[in-house]
Structure formats: structure tokens, C-alpha cells
Design a protein around this ligand. Structure first.
Ligand code: FAD
Length: 473
């Protein structure tokens, strides 16, 4: 009951996107929350290197979870997103752009500034009397996670403390790890539970680039130099470039390539040449100077996937969520969305289990595992789709039928939802259910495709026979 939750405390590690939402969610249910963050308060110490905005795509699952936790906050956040209604494919000549719409009924994914979203949630937490936010706290140890009657203990290094003794210990009824892909919380949890764990690097590096606001904004009547309402993709099979719009008219762009490609570019000069050849229009938009700067100074990252199971401690008092539990490659734009969904799924369990949090943490592992494995795999597969398939005629043909069936043929006897729509716009369908539905649809699509190809073959054969007949006579 709510009364019971008022007596109970929750300690959360990591004030990233997922940790913040979890803190707000527990507080809304009446728990006393402490949230610990390694870094200093980003609102007080804006990092000069990070003045450029980094955006990400928020879609239905993320929005649903935000609304579940705080409808009013969600509305406030949604005022600042830029809707993207489809992909815009840029070809290698630099002159042709082709739009591929995402939603059947005008649904969009949305570009949002990562640090803005984080700031809104931090402000919300600081103004709540149920939440205490502590920055500069580095988790180094977890203990007391085995027996039912033990309450978990967390040890932090207080990086802001001037004294010799920086270690501080805290005890809570429940603890949650939301400390990201390289989670210390998860590592500590592994000392107590028989957790299966897999970390897999993919041969892909990313480099952040930037398209500045439109220099001719007055004449063109827009601050954007390309359409802001699309996710722009320059697919080049082996590597690709993407760009998402920001409120200020700029675009955050990311170059993805295998290590061998990017490492073969030894200097900024090499990179600029490579770029001019492969992405001529993007080269024009970014300018040589900015490309050089990005090559030498902008952050580069490797991409990996982390899967784990179970997510809870043996005594059911600790749980990992977000990237700490499932880090996926960014190609479906679902990492944060899925982490937000973790929070909603957990909270709904807590509601339906009358606040028996221990039972819920255990249940959560069972209920959530298949969905998390599924989205990690889908994210990996989607790289192939974005970087190559979007230009293949057969893919486009199937997409057209898929779209047509979804839009016009869905009715009482047939429900047809394209895969992308299920993942991005239908948070009411679990990730693994989406795959089951897609399998059935793919079988039908194969039949249609084979049928069409078959019909085409028969038609051609008849024509050839008629022609042959004519020649003979
Ligand atoms: P994080 O954001 O990593 O936060 C973890 C927090 O824990 C950090 O603040 C960190 O400082 C803190 N911490 C770490 N260690 C400790 C410690 N020992 N003690 C205390 N605190 C600690 N997702 C989408 O939904 N849409 C997208 O379009 C999208 N695009 C992406 C593009 C790229 C290039 C990448 C790399 C990812 C993208 N993602 C996207 C994924 C998304 O960024 C992550 O899924 C999301 O940030 C995970 O949030 P989190 O809170 O779980 O972890």
C-alpha cells in the first residue's frame, strides 16, 4: 500500500536518463529516494566541450513511460521535440533525396536534445521533497544482497569531499542500478548472483559531426538547411552517415563505419577527401573546417551490446535497469526508449503487487527478459537495413506491400502492422510479441511476393510463346 511505501527507501545509482525517470517514478509512488551520480551537476558546470547539442530519437515507448510517471512533465518535454515523419535517403551523387515515410497514419519519431531532457528531469527531482540528489558520488561496492532480511548497502567515493576519508556508506530497503553500459552496479551484483552476462563489441566506430544552421536563413525563410522533419541517412553499405535536427537549426550528425575504414584515414585531410567523395552534399553542408575539427577533436565511440540475466539480486532487493541491464547498438533508436519502458513495466508490477517490491524485482526479471533480448537483436539487424537495404528495389517493393496492407487492408479479419510501426509507435505491443506478429506477416508477404513473381514469370512466358508463334508463322 502507499502507506507502506512511505516507510521504505530506494537508492538509485546513475542520474542519466533512465535513473532520473526511475527516481521520479518511485517518488510518485510514495517512496523516499536517494539518487547518486558520478559526475558533477551538469546544470552548474556546463562542460565547454559539450556545448553542441547531442540529440536522440524518442518514440512511443519513451513517451508512454514519461507520461505514465508525470503527464505534465511529459507535455512540457514534448513541446521541444522535432517530429521526424520518415527517413530521407541521400544518394552518392549528392543531388537526389528520397523520402521513406515511417508511419502509416502520420506517426512520427522525435528528435530531442539529450541534455535538455536530462535537465528537465533533474529540475523536477530537485524540487521534490521525496528525492535527494547527490552528485560526485562514485559507486565502488555493493554488499548485503543475499539474505532476505539483509538490507542492501552501497559504498561510494565522495569525489567532492575535501577530507581524507572519502568513503561513504548508505543502506536502503531497495537499490536500483541505472549506471549505464559499463555499470559498476552490475559488476558488483555479479558477485552475489549467478548472473549470465554477455558483452559483445561490434566492428563499428562512430564519430560525431555537425551541420550548422542555415547560413541563408533569411532568404530561404528557414533556419534549417535540410528538411528538419526527416531522419537523414546517407547509406553506403559498409558505412553510413545520419543526421537529426536540433531546435537551433543545426543537425547532429553521426558517421558510422567499421574500424578498418575509419582507421585507414590517417589525417583530417584524408577524412575530408573521403567525405567529399562519399557524401558530397553533406560535405557542402558541413564545410571543410568543421569536418577537420570533428575528425581531430570530436568524441568517437565504439559500439557494444550487453545482455544479462537475471536482473535482480538473490534477496530481491537490488535490480539493474536501462543500459546497465541491456546495452544495444543505436540503430533502432530504442536504447533510451527501452530503458524508459523498463521503468513503466516495473512500476506497473509494483502497482499490481500491492507494493511488494521484492516480489516485483524477481518477477521483473522473468517478465522482461525475452523483450530485452529481442530488442538487442533487432537493433543489430537494423544496421543492415539502414546502411544497405533501404536502397534495394526488392526491399522497397516489399515495404510498399507491407505499407499498403497496414494502411488499407487492416480490418476485422486481418490486423497488419509493419514491424517498424510496432517497435516505434505501438508501445502497447511488447518487443517479442512484435517479432511473433512480424513472422506471420512475413510468411504472407513471401507468398504475395512469390505469387507476383510467379505471375510475372507466367506472363513473360506467354508473351515469349506468342512472339515465337508469330515468328514461326
Ligand atoms: P546512461 O545514460 O549511460 O547514464 C548512466 C549514468 O550513470 C551516467 O550519468 C553516469 O555518469 C552514471 N554512472 C556511471 N558509473 C557510475 C558509478 N560508478 N557511480 C555513480 N554513477 C555512475 N536511444 C534512443 O532511445 N534513441 C536514440 O536515438 C539513441 N541514439 C543513440 C546514439 C548513440 C550514438 C548512442 C551511443 C546511443 C543512443 N541511444 C539512443 C541509446 C541511449 O543513449 C541509451 O540507451 C541511454 O542513454 C541509456 O540511459 P541510462 O540512463 O541507462 O545510461
Amino acid at each position: 500500500s502507499d502507506n507502506e511505501s512511505k516507510q521504505q527507501s530506494v537508492g538509485i545509482v546513475g542520474a542519466g536518463l533512465v535513473g532520473c525517470l526511475a527516481a521520479l517514478a518511485f517518488a510518485a509512488k510514495g517512496y523516499t529516494v536517494y539518487i547518486f551520480e558520478l559526475r558533477p551537476d551538469p546544470r552548474e558546470n556546463p562542460n565547454p566541450k559539450n556545448l553542441r547539442s547531442i540529440n536522440l530519437a524518442v518514440s512511443d515507448r519513451g513517451i508512454r513511460a514519461l507520461k505514465y510517471v508525470d503527464e505534465e512533465m511529459a507535455e512540457r518535454v514534448l513541446q521541444y521535440v522535432i517530429p521526424m515523419k520518415g527517413r530521407m535517403i541521400h544518394d552518392i551523387s549528392g543531388t537526389k533525396q528520397e523520402s521513406q515515410i515511417y508511419g502509416l497514419f502520420g506517426e512520427c519519431i522525435n528528435s530531442i536534445d539529450r541534455s535538455f531532457l536530462n535537465k528537465v528531469m533533474l529540475d523536477e527531482m530537485t524540487s521534490s521533497d521525496k528525492i535527494k540528489v547527490l552528485f560526485n558520488q562514485k559507486l565502488i561496492k555493493l554488499s548485503q544482497l543475499t539474505n532476505d532480511d539483509e538490507t542492501p548497502k552501497m559504498t561510494f567515493l565522495d569525489l567532492s569531499s575535501k577530507s581524507e576519508e572519502k568513503k561513504k556508506e548508505y543502506e536502503f530497503d531497495f537499490i536500483v542500478g541505472a549506471d549505464g553500459a559499463h555499470s559498476q552496479f552490475r559488476y558488483q551484483l555479479q558477485r552475489f548472483s549467478r548472473m549470465n552476462f554477455q558483452q559483445q563489441y561490434i566492428d563499428m566506430q562512430y564519430l560525431e559531426l555537425c551541420i550548422p544552421p542555415n547560413p541563408n536563413s533569411k532568404e530561404d525563410n528557414t533556419i534549417f538547411s535540410i528538411d528538419p522533419n526527416h531522419l537523414h541517412i546517407w547509406p553506403r553499405h559498409n558505412f553510413m552517415l545520419i543526421a537529426l535536427a536540433n531546435q537551433d537549426g543545426s543537425f547532429t550528425s553521426t558517421f558510422f563505419s567499421p574500424w578498418s575504414v575509419i582507421e585507414s584515414l590517417k589525417s583530417a585531410d584524408d577524412f575530408v577527401e573521403f567525405f567529399r567523395f562519399n557524401f558530397p552534399d553533406a560535405y557542402q553542408l558541413m564545410g571543410e573546417e568543421s569536418l577537420r575539427y570533428s575528425f581531430d577533436h570530436q568524441p568517437r565511440g565504439s559500439l557494444m551490446q550487453v545482455t544479462a540475466f537475471p536482473y535482480h539480486s538473490p534477496n530481491g532487493r537490488a535490480l539493474i535497469i536501462g543500459d546497465a541491464a541491456h546495452s544495444m547498438v543505436p540503430f533502432y533508436g530504442q536504447g533510451m526508449n527501452c530503458g524508459f519502458e523498463d521503468v513503466r513495466v516495473l512500476m506497473e508490477l509494483i502497482d499490481s503487487n500491492n507494493h511488494d517490491v521484492k516480489a516485483c524485482f524477481k518477477q521483473y526479471s522473468q517478465d522482461r527478459h525475452q523483450d530485452l533480448l529481442t530488442i538487442c537483436k533487432l537493433a543489430l539487424d537494423n544496421y543492415y537495413e539502414m546502411s544497405s537495404k533501404v536502397t534495394s528495389p526488392l526491399y522497397l517493393f516489399r515495404k510498399k506491400i507491407d505499407y499498403f496492407l497496414g494502411k488499407y487492408a487492416s480490418g476485422r479479419f486481418l490486423t497488419w502492422i509493419p514491424m517498424y510501426s510496432m517497435i516505434s509507435f505501438r508501445g502497447d505491443i511488447g518487443y517479442s510479441d512484435a517479432v511473433k506478429i512480424e513472422k506471420r506477416q512475413r510468411r504472407i508477404l513471401n507468398n504475395i511476393q512469390n505469387g507476383t513473381l510467379g505471375a510475372l514469370a507466367i506472363f513473360t512466358a506467354v508473351k515469349v510463346a506468342q512472339y515465337w508463334h508469330k515468328l514461326k508463322n
